[in-house]
Design a protein around this ligand. Structure first.
Ligand code: PEP
Ligand code: MN
Length: 682
């Protein structure tokens, strides 16, 4: 560096020396932090000590004031340093330090997605390979394809609000939140040369940046705006275009990387513009209870008054502070909502696990997105708390509570704790559109064993609808004993069933045989049937636990009631609380009927579980004349409904011809049903 005699060169050398000293001091501070981390590893002390953090910040602010330096500046610098220290200690506890991870993000190098991903890695002392993708969806696809170990995606911005697409991805895919990161967004306007703002003709920016800088842009009426993928992309385009009238909005890091000139810093409408990112993985992680955590959930509440409030009360009543509640429309259910909520807590803690169990019994669907080290609360001003959260609660108070270990409330059954009556005294009522299955209602589902032709399913649908049936049944994937027997029409059959349902206004139920069919069938059918032969297909049950569609779980051919409840437990334990049990007869020594219809199962189940129980006398007896009497008997025994096979020409049915009722027989069954009193709900 040459000196022009003004002394500036000398002063700059002094500055460089001071900067080096600052970095060396920060490094020394981190060494001591690591030492403390190792001491904490041996003890039960929590990683975050809010009292201590407050004291550190007050002390350094005091020094700043004494020296005439901005206390605000010093506070901000130290908040960053402390946040980094806590993250480093958390990583030490979770054993992540030094691991090499492949991390997917949206956007080009130097975009805010890329910068947030780098910050996450640095905070955890992780070594990583970053890959940028054109969209959030593409980043998740890379994660699911095992091309990345983690994906970092923005979920909300303090001025522009939530990223709906990321919420949709969390709902649709088997991805979990394992971390979060915050990024202070600094929108800079940059061009190839330091030109006056009035000479600009066009500005390139990502859509969020245009939204967040709208007030500034209004001061440049001559400028047209063009949206691009991200801020780094905008800078790259401006740099390569070489047009001085062209400018871009993006992060300062991208301005520097493309050697552009900053025309104006901080052009966003609000000064405190932060984006929160979530770090996603294919499986959830267990976080050491000493690390302050947040837990995120997707929750569907019952479509009734006060349902959300009851769920929130479960959380606040168990001492969990909520940090975020977001509602999104429930797909395929107009005017119904699903909720995304974040609260302080860790599912590895009995207190939080018990609260989630309790939520399961109040919500038809719940997906635990994960418990992960909290960052946003600590690093930035606390977001407003929701009603029910204690007003002046500090992170330290929450933490005290989190480290307390309690035993979860006693349950009657340990293997079926969610389906057990002890978990829920009220009957579960499964809602299908306007229809309620369970509780005091009685629902009849009827239709052919298999969907065969448009005419066959259409005429049956119209007939059963006129008889007062609530749900149209029809198999399209058929589990047949012989590979040479009719296997069902598959997806073509589903189209016919959907069309018949739509024409008659009846919801539809059809059997799902394989994991790969679940998502697609869940889009089309109102209820997914698990056949007797698949009752213990645990992979299938797990997958059904992940969808927000009621499941009709048939009893296995030779399954005990305990095994059956265990199968239902799988679905509930994976999130989906909407299971209807269906007794369809079991194998016994008796050969006079196709199966032995175990109506005693109805009374046993009504006592042992809160789930609705229906009866299928068609498969239960296998013989047309026996179906109606057993249907009436099922109602008298306290079933919540029936599943019955009916066909326009049973003798020509491609499956289960002997047990399918004619229209006339079915009409008679329905007429008499009204005279059989239903057993009152418990
Ligand atoms: C059916 O409902 O057509 C069927 C195949 O039932 P299950 O699984 O009870 O045999
Ligand atoms: Mn059948």
């Amino acid at each position: 560096m040459s000196d022009d005699g003004s002394g500036v060169g000398e002063l700059r050398r002094t500055l460089d020396g001071i900067d080096g000293e600052i970095v060396r001091l920060i490094a020394r501070r981190f060494d001591v932090v690591a030492e403390i981390g190792r001491a904490k590893e041996r003890g039960t002390r929590s990683i975050q000590d809010a009292e201590r953090e407050r004291a550190v910040l007050e002390a350094v602010e005091g020094v700043a004031r004494q020296l005439g330096v901005s206390a605000n500046l010093v506070r901000r610098v130290f908040q960053e340093i402390i946040s980094h220290s806590v993250a480093q200690q958390s990583a030490q506890l979770t054993g992540e330090v030094g691991a090499r991870v492949r991390l997917a993000h949206q956007g080009a190098e130097h975009s805010s997605g890329h910068l947030a991903a780098q910050k996450f890695l640095a905070g955890r002392a992780l070594d990583g390979h970053l890959s940028g993708h054109p969209s959030y969806r593409a980043a998740v696809a890379a994660l699911l394809a095992d091309e990345a170990d983690l994906a970092v995606l923005p979920i909300e911005n303090t001025s522009a609000g939530s990223m709906n697409e990321v919420y949709a991805l969390l709902r649709e895919h088997a991805v979990f939140i394992v971390g979060e990161e915050t990024w202070k967004v600094d929108h800079c306007l940059a061009a190839t040369a330091p030109v006056p703002l009035a000479s600009l003709s066009r500005v390139l920016a990502p859509p969020q940046a245009l939204e967040q800088c709208s007030q500034f842009l209004q001061t440049l009426p001559q400028v047209t705006t063009t949206t691009v993928m991200d801020g780094a992309d905008a800078m790259r385009t401006v740099a390569s275009a070489g047009d001085a009238g062209l400018a871009a909005i993006g992060p300062p890091e991208a301005v520097a990387a493309h050697r552009l000139e900053v025309l104006r810093h901080g052009i966003a409408d609000t000064d405190s513009n932060y984006t929160r990112f979530v770090v996603l993985s294919r499986s959830p992680v267990a976080v050491d209870p000493r690390v302050p955590c947040k837990t995120s959930l997707i929750l569907v509440t019952r479509h009734e008054e006060g349902a959300l409030l009851r769920c929130l009360e479960i959380l606040s009543g168990s001492g969990h502070s909520m940090t975020k509640l977001e509602s999104r429309p429930r797909p395929g259910k107009p005017w119904e909502y699903m909720f995304f909520l974040d609260f302080e807590g860790n599912v590895a803690e009995p207190r939080t696990a018990a609260a989630i169990d309790e939520l399961r019994s109040s919500a038809p669907y719940i997906k635990v997105l994960g418990s992960y080290p909290a960052k946003a609360l600590r690093e930035h001003p606390q977001p407003g708390r929701l009603p029910g959260a204690p007003a002046e609660e500090s992170a330290a108070d929450t933490l005290e509570a989190v480290v307390v270990t309690e035993t979860p409330p006693a349950r009657r059954s340990t293997t079926h704790r969610l389906v057990d009556r002890a978990a829920r005294s009220e009957d579960t009522v499964v809602q299908v559109g306007g229809l309620l299955i369970g509780g005091a209602g009685f629902a009849v589902m009827a239709g052919p064993c298999s969907v065969e032709t448009a005419e066959q399913i259409g005429s049956t649908a119209r007939f059963v609808r006129d008889q007062g049936v609530h749900v149209l049944r029809g198999g399209v994937f058929k589990p047949r004993t012989s590979p040479y027997a009719f296997q069902g029409l598959g997806w073509d059959g589903l189209e016919l069933l959907v069309a018949a349902g739509r024409e008659t206004g009846l919801p539809i139920v059809t059997e799902v045989m394989a994991v790969e069919q679940v998502q697609r069938l869940a889009q089309a059918a109102d209820i997914l049937q698990v056949g007797a032969r698949h009752m213990q297909n645990f992979d299938l049950l797990r997958e059904l636990g992940k969808v927000d569609r009621p499941v009709l779980l048939k009893r296995g051919l030779s399954s005990t009631i305990d095994e059956w409840l265990g199968a239902a437990e799988y679905v509930l334990a994976h999130g989906n609380q909407q299971v209807i049990l269906c007794e369809r007869g079991i194998r016994t020594f008796e050969s006079a009927t196709r199966n032995t219809l175990d109506l005693s199962a109805v009374v046993v189940l009504r006592e042992r579980t809160h789930l609705p129980v229906i009866v299928d006398p068609s498969h239960g007896t296998g013989y047309r004349p026996y179906v109606a009497p057993m249907a009436w008997a099922a109602r008298a025994a306290g079933a919540h409904g029936l599943l019955i096979e009916v066909h326009p020409e049973p003798q020509r049915a491609l499956s289960d011809a002997d047990q399918s009722l004619t229209f006339a027989e079915f009409g008679a069954l329905m007429r008499h049903l009204g005279t059989v009193p239903a057993v009152p709900s418990t």
